[in-house]
Design a protein around this ligand. Structure first.
Ligand code: ACO
Length: 304
């Protein structure tokens, strides 16, 4: 007799596309994987704008590779979502007409070169903390995609850290630029982990299904605990006067996160929401002829 969905989850094994699964489990995965895929391709925009302005050939090659990796992550994730019975076209339509989300973090601007460092160190650092447990997600295709993505994210985090370290140990103006970028990205990076546990609508069910392995607040705390000593080595300050080690808890305490800002960004009113979506829709329209050309032969074969 084949194992039921509950047996597989209880045994901590993987659900595969051929297995029976509750509709709500399938819908939750489509929602999360699609949101994740959309984040990867929208996430190419804030850094893409710096490729032509990178200060050296080496930095340009690194940034180009990183932005290409994000496109690849989008591909793996759309592929994983397709195993659940949705098409890439449907998912992109849902992004373009606002029925599906992408991460709040990509609605912030990148005014200086130091933002490339802060994104690598903080945004990709937060992404790793959030995504390493997803390598053990109960849905096989998503878990396997995450293994490769996490390896590449480690390179992204490392290059950002090294870039910021170089700036922070350069001229006073370079150090100031690095500090200002960290000041801009710290709080939005903490918001990436999602609303506080008491307000997270999906966490309890997603954790019972072993899609999520930790709550939003647990992962946020893990990230803060890692970032504080790294900031010290960088010689930069994190913009939170209430950050301090709490020996009783064995964690850093931190100041209040401005959840009204998070809600505003989710509602579409962040600093760059309109530009990001306009650019995405335009890129999609501009690419229509490529998609038509790439699928013309297969479409003819199907019709024959
Ligand atoms: N940005 C935008 N929306 C968010 C964010 C965020 N940072 N955090 C939570 N939300 C949304 C959720 O999608 C949900 O809205 P919905 O019901 O309309 O979908 C709502 O806020 C409530 O949040 P939760 O119940 O906590 O949602 P969930 O259980 O899905 O947890 C989380 C959110 C932690 C982001 C989870 O979906 C996840 O781990 N996703 C995979 C990682 C990912 O998408 N990373 C993208 C950025 S990293 C990168 O691309 C480099």
């Amino acid at each position: 007799m084949s194992a039921t969905f509950d047996d597989i989850i209880d045994a901590d094994e993987r659900i595969e596309p051929r297995d029976d699964m509750p509709d709500a489990y399938r819908r939750t995965l489509i929602r999360q994987i699609a949101q994740h895929a959309h984040s990867e391709i929208i996430g190419m925009q804030p850094e893409g704008s710096w490729i032509t302005r990178a200060p050296s050939l080496k930095r340009k090659a690194i940034l180009l590779a990183k932005v290409q990796d994000e496109a690849g992550h989008g591909l793996y994730l759309y592929g994983a979502a397709e195993t659940l019975g949705v098409s890439r076209d449907e998912l992109l339509d849902a992004l373009h007409d606002g029925r599906q989300r992408y991460s709040s973090i990509f609605n912030y601007p990148t005014p200086t070169w130091a933002d490339m460092g802060a994104i690598g160190w903080l945004v990709d650092g937060a992404a790793i903390v959030n995504q390493v447990p997803l390598c053990r997600c109960s849905y096989g295709p998503y878990a396997r995609a995450m293994v490769r993505i996490c390896k590449e994210e480690s390179f992204h985090q490392r290059q950002g850290y090294e870039l910021l370290y170089t700036l922070a140990h350069g001229t006073p103006a370079q150090k100031r630029m690095a500090q200002e970028a960290v000041d801009r990205w710290w709080w939005p990076s903490l918001m990436m982990f999602g609303p506080p546990d008491g307000e997270s609508t999906h966490s309890a069910q997603s954790m019972a299904w072993k899609i999520k392995r930790h709550s939003n607040d647990e992962l946020r705390q893990r990230f803060i605990d890692m970032a504080v000593p790294q900031a010290e080595i960088l010689g930069l300050t994190l913009p939170d006067p209430d950050l301090r080690w709490n020996p009783g808890r064995g964690h850093y305490d931190h100041g209040e996160i401005d959840w009204s800002e998070f809600k505003r960004v989710l509602a579409g009113d962040g600093p760059m929401n309109a530009q990001r979506m306009a650019h995405r829709r335009r890129a999609h329209e501009d690419g229509a002829w490529v998609r038509a050309a790439a699928s013309a032969y297969a479409a003819r074969e199907e019709g024959a």
